[in-house]
Design a protein around this ligand. Structure first.
Ligand code: NAP
Length: 202
C-alpha cells in the first residue's frame, strides 16, 4: 500500500509517499481502508521533533481519518466489513495510508449521510475541544468564553461547540483576515491581539 512516511525527525521534507506492507489486524483490531485523513498542528510538531510525545522514525503520518472496515479481529464485537467509520490514533499515528490496522476502541461508526471528508477531521480536533470545553471547563449557556488562536482548528472547533451550547464567544486572533473569518463562523466579538494592546495603552 501507499503511505506518507516520516523517515527522519527534524524537517517536513523528510516526509515521502512510499510503498509499505499492508498491516494485518490483531485480534482486538480493525483493518480500515482509509478514504480521508486530516493533518493537524500536532502532526507538524511530531515531524519536527517538538511534540511532547516523541516519535521513533520511520512512522506514518496522520492521527485521524475515516474509511470503510475491511476486516475485524477475532475478539472485536460491534463492527463488520463494510461499516463506514472514523478513527483516532491515540499514542501512534498512521492515518495517511491506504489502510490502517487500529484498536477497535479507537473506531466509531459514522452515519451514511456524513461524508468521509467531514468525518476524518472530527475525532482529534473536536475530541480535544470537547475535552477542554465540556469535560474540564464545563461551559454552560450562561458563560462568556474567550478563545485564543480562535481561527486555528482547535479554536474553531471550540467556538463551534460553545455556540452550540449557547455561550457568548469572544475570539482573539492576530489579523484582520482571521477576525473576519471568526465573525463569519459565528463569533459574538473578536479581538485582534495588537489592536487590543494599543487600545489598552491609549
Ligand atoms: N488540532 C488538534 O486536534 C489538537 C489536539 C491536541 C492539541 N493541540 C494543540 O493545540 C494547539 C493549537 O493547535 P491547532 O491544531 O488549533 O493549530 P492551528 O490550526 O495551526 O492554529 C493555531 C493558532 O495558534 C496561533 N498561533 C500563535 N503562534 C503560532 C505559531 N508560532 N505557529 C502557528 N500558530 C500560532 C495562530 O492564531 P493567531 O495567529 O490568530 O494567534 C493559529 O491560528 C497546538 O499547540 C496543538 O499542538 C491540537
Amino acid at each position: 500500500m501507499k503511505a506518507w512516511v516520516c523517515d527522519r525527525v527534524g524537517a517536513i521534507d523528510h516526509c515521502h509517499q512510499v510503498e509499505v506492507s499492508t498491516p494485518s489486524p490483531k485480534s482486538h483490531q480493525i483493518l480500515i481502508e482509509v478514504h480521508a485523513a486530516a493533518l493537524n498542528f500536532p502532526d507538524v510538531l511530531k515531524v519536527l521533533g517538538k511534540h511532547q510525545l516523541s516519535m521513533t522514525p520511520p512512522f506514518i503520518l496522520g492521527q485521524e481519518g475515516s474509511g470503510v472496515v475491511k476486516e475485524v479481529g477475532s475478539s472485536v464485537v460491534g463492527f463488520k466489513p463494510g461499516d463506514r467509520v472514523m478513527f483516532l490514533c491515540l499514542s501512534s499515528l498512521g492515518a495517511l495510508a491506504d489502510f490502517i490496522a487500529i484498536d477497535a476502541h479507537q473506531v466509531t461508526k459514522i452515519p451514511d449521510s456524513m461524508s468521509f471528508e467531514l468525518a476524518c477531521c472530527l475525532p482529534l480536533t473536536f475530541g480535544t475541544a470537547y475535552l477542554a470545553c465540556i469535560v474540564h471547563a464545563n461551559i454552560r449557556a450562561s458563560d462568556e468564553i474567550l478563545i485564543l488562536g480562535a481561527a486555528g482548528s482547535l479554536g474553531l472547533a471550540s467556538m463551534t461547540l460553545a455556540k452550540q451550547i449557547g455561550c457568548r464567544v469572544v475570539c482573539a486572533v492576530s489579523s484582520v483576515e482571521r477576525a473576519r473569518f471568526c465573525r463569519s463562523r459565528g463569533a459574538d466579538e473578536v479581538v485582534i491581539y495588537e489592536g487590543a494592546i494599543e487600545t489598552l495603552e491609549a
